[in-house]
Ligand binder design. Sequence first.
Ligand SMILES: [Zn+2]
Length: 510
Amino acid sequence: MNTFFLTTPIYYVNSHPHLGHAYTTIVADAMTRFQRLMGRDAIFITGTDEHGDKIVQAAEKAGQEVGAFSTVISAEFRALWPQLNTRPAAFIRTTDPEHKRLVQEFLHRVHAAGDIYFGEYSGHYCYGCERFYTDKELEGGLCPQHQVKPDFISEKNYFFRMSRHQEWLTRHIRDNPDFIQPERYRTEVLTLLDSGILDDLCISRPKTRLTWGIELPFDSRYVCYVWFDALLSYISAIGGVGSAGYERYWPQAQHLVAKDILKPHAIFWPTMLRAGGVPLYRRLNVHGYWLTRETKMSKSLGNIVTPLDMAARYGLDAFRYFLLREMHFGSDANFSEEGLVARLNADLANDLGNLFSRVLSMVSRYCAGAVPAPAGDTDLESALKDLALECLANFQALFDAYRFSQALESLWELVRALNKYVDSAAPWTLAKKGDAKRLGTVLYTLLECMRKTALHLWPVMPEKAEDMYRQLGLVFQADTVLLPREKESFGLLNAGLPLPAPVSLFPRVD
Ligand SMILES: [Zn+2]
């Protein structure tokens, strides 16, 4: 089946949505739109992770009941996505009754298969991280993340026999280079697996310490620890194992995560799936952090860029473009307002905006505002068309590989070539000479390449791409478009089509 299925992490409701969340979700949306244009039945899903100590603490701090607190923050996330023009097919909450039922079912299955046992555990527990630390992992006796002294806790808990799965998982990652991407993260996981025996995973918390969680189906004194609960949301969001949604989408499942949750997704999750008798996901895609002044962007550090502020100030599509163009997927990138404005002015206003306004005003002036008919190509057109098809082929291959920045760079190679072509073909001289045939060829070639450019930009800048389409006399309909044929031929724009009066698409920002 020609499907595409991508998940964002389910976001933790201990803080408000910030730039990192916006980036991941915009990437998921852009990729899903791209896959639709490639002819696939493509969806992405998102949601919120609502159980655990940290949420209880955040709720207490806010003076609210934990359930009500989660609901409010979860609603903030849900409300943000349409405002960023992202369209998830489902929004899952780990507090949804259906999700709880599916988690219990899955736990029951793994327990029945003998992969869960009851044992003693003691260690240094950091409430901020919601995890135990070994002596070796502590820095000067303190949690390396929070710089606080963890509590020493000894208690009985349930464990998942993760160590049993080390061998086949290592082999699977070695044999499938695409399973974890980009390559550096695959290497990181293999190094981790090679460095020693995988520990079994503690998957429960006693209710004496935590009640805000999903009760274990085989012991009502315990709730499920956060990963067994959270990761399973990827399957409950599409209806659970065996449902129609699962049959349709799970075989093509891909995950999108930031690097801080690499290990749970690369190691815990595949072993959980195997233990539960569920086929593995196809691919894990890992991105870096947005930095402001060299620190990770997060609420706790106080460097917040409110996504909606940036989108409101500079336009949502300019913001989306900046995020995808600026970050090399997998590496960290710097976010600054100056950087955004520089990209907006150079790429959007100067290169792309100028191209549209120059060409459209010439069509309005010289061709009575209608798409002219092309006559024969000269070497100039042949060379330009060769370059255009090459740039579009590169764009499609790179975008498909999550290399968004390089994909856009390829497209801009075309945009800049089109601007140069305007200068060398000099339509104004042709108009003055009354060479209507040649003038028609030049302007038609430009309009057709501009249509292709707009089309390829739709995943990144949906509204602007639709505006560009309108400027070319067309109505954008995602379901009628197929990108693969666009890198093979020209001539899908019809001569004689009347164009509306040109408007400025990307005004400069000072
Ligand atoms: Zn900590």
